[in-house]
Design a protein around this ligand. Structure first.
Ligand code: TGC
Length: 394
């Protein structure tokens, strides 16, 4: 009789495409996630809280500092295998807040913030979205009015991850008044500012009762006469394009992160299909289940390969923001398919918090929407393919 053997999924020998140092970093992060995060993630989800005591451990791993693109991607992948909220904390801190300071800050600002952020002494947040301005941030209404020595910020922001716990928040506001010819209406009127925790008139508040991203400090922020000194205005952060440059970095992290979530769901379903018996056989022996497993395996593998390809382009400085839109749109769709399918393999067990797939599916519903909705990325690609702008009908 032929020997029966089971191959571990190797995702088209994905690991062969990584360097030894990339594999070493991935393994270190995977161990940390398995030991320090996985055992408590269901409780964090249930209580709707982020386990902030892991931040020093994340800093010790080096993941709160700038990393080469593929390593940063692998880190996002491993963190989101645990939960998108964990990956988001690191993405917002690094890809958005640190990136803004690195790209647009003065040497003094970089010296004041970046080292402390890399060591996890302070967290970063990033605040662009407002209650009335999500997909179209060009209309944002939070104002920055020049006053002696700096600016006064007023208005209302929403959906800023980490803001309730951040030492510094990068805030995008509309310059009004003053003598600056770019003020108020011009395309260069949107500016970036660094707002320190505890600044009078800066009031971040937690958003509660979420059905997704429960392990994430989603925040709303009120600005009421919030004084920001001139030394905290980011001189290079001029115009919406500056904010969008930072979003590219975060979207790149999502391309990788959601592939990690998809892999976690697929592997959960695969294991379960081998042990769960119905009609006298493991459910993995049924053709319908094998069809689901094969389809999930294909989607996970495609996602990983696309993420890696974009990462290698980024290393060469050849990644265009429309490539990131492609990756974000495709990989979130794959991951949602995989998470939902995995839940069907798990049956009723799949609705308990001891299983991961439905939690990932709930998070992926947010990821379909944030950092550019699926629809925004479709239209970015449509504009690239046709040369016609569906956003503004020009
Ligand atoms: P558009 O005319 O296309 O562009 C204005 C300027 O920006 C440039 N640009 C980009 N640059 C870098 N990366 C990108 N992805 C870019 N997209 C556009 C563009 O070249 C232009 O530059 P310039 O020099 O010619 O002026 O702008 P538009 O107003 O037509 O809008 C285009 C659109 C819809 C694609 C853009 O507005 C968009 O991406 N909207 C989605 C916004 C979004 O993703 N929001 C989510 C933010 S997440 C959040 O706020 C929470 S923070 C994260 C957290 O805490 O979880």
């Amino acid at each position: 009789m032929a020997e029966t053997y089971v191959l571990q999924p190797d995702y088209a020998r994905f690991e062969d495409l990584l360097t030894p140092s990339e594999i070493a970093m991935r393994n270190r992060v995977r161990s940390f996630v398995q030991d320090r995060i996985q055992p408590r993630i269901a409780d964090c989800w249930e209580s709707g809280t982020f386990p902030f005591d892991i931040v020093p451990g994340l800093a010790a791993l080096g993941v709160l500092d700038e990393l080469p693109p593929v390593i940063a991607g692998l880190v996002a992948f491993e963190l989101e295998r645990a939960d998108a909220g964990v990956r988001s904390l690191v993405s917002v801190h690094g890809h958005l807040a640190q990136a803004a300071i690195r790209l647009f800050g003065t040497p003094d600002q970089q010296a004041r913030y970046l080292h402390r952020m890399a060591r996890g002494e302070i967290l970063g947040a990033f605040s662009l979205t407002e209650p009335l301005h999500g997909s179209d941030p060009s209309g944002l209404e939070v104002t920055a009015r020049p006053v002696p020595g700096g600016f006064r910020l007023d208005g209302h922001k929403r959906w800023a991850t980490n803001a309730t716990h951040a030492g510094v928040t990068v805030v995008w506001a509309r310059l009004v008044g003053g003598t600056d010819p770019d003020g108020a209406k011009g395309p260069r009127a949107i500016r970036g500012f660094l707002v320190d925790a505890g600044t009078p008139g800066f009031r971040p508040m937690a958003i509660h009762r979420k059905l997704s991203f429960r392990v994430s400090a989603s925040s709303e922020i009120m600005f009421e006469g919030c004084f920001v000194p001139e030394s905290n205005a980011l001189p290079g952060a001029v115009g919406l394009g500056s904010a969008l440059k930072c979003l590219n970095e975060a979207r790149f992290g999502i391309v990788w992160g959601v592939a990690g979530a998809a892999q976690a769901c697929f592997e959960e379903a695969l294991e379960y299909s081998k042990s769960r018996e119905q009609f006298g056989r493991p459910i993995g022996a049924f053709q319908l289940t094998q069809g689901k497993l094969a389809a999930m395996y294909g989607e996970v593998t495609q996602s990983m390969l696309l993420a890696l390809h974009l990462g290698r382009l980024k290393e060469r400085g050849a990644l265009h923001h429309t490539d990131v839109s492609l990756g974000k749109m495709v990989n979130v769709r794959h991951a949602l398919n995989v998470a939902r399918t995995a839940r069907t393999v798990l049956g009723a067990v799949g609705i308990l918090d001891s299983a991961v797939s439905l939690r990932h599916a709930a998070n992926l519903e947010s990821e379909l929407t944030y950092e550019g909705t699926d629809e925004v990325h479709q239209l970015v690609l449509g504009r690239k393919l046709t040369g016609l702008d569906a956003f503004r009908g020009e």
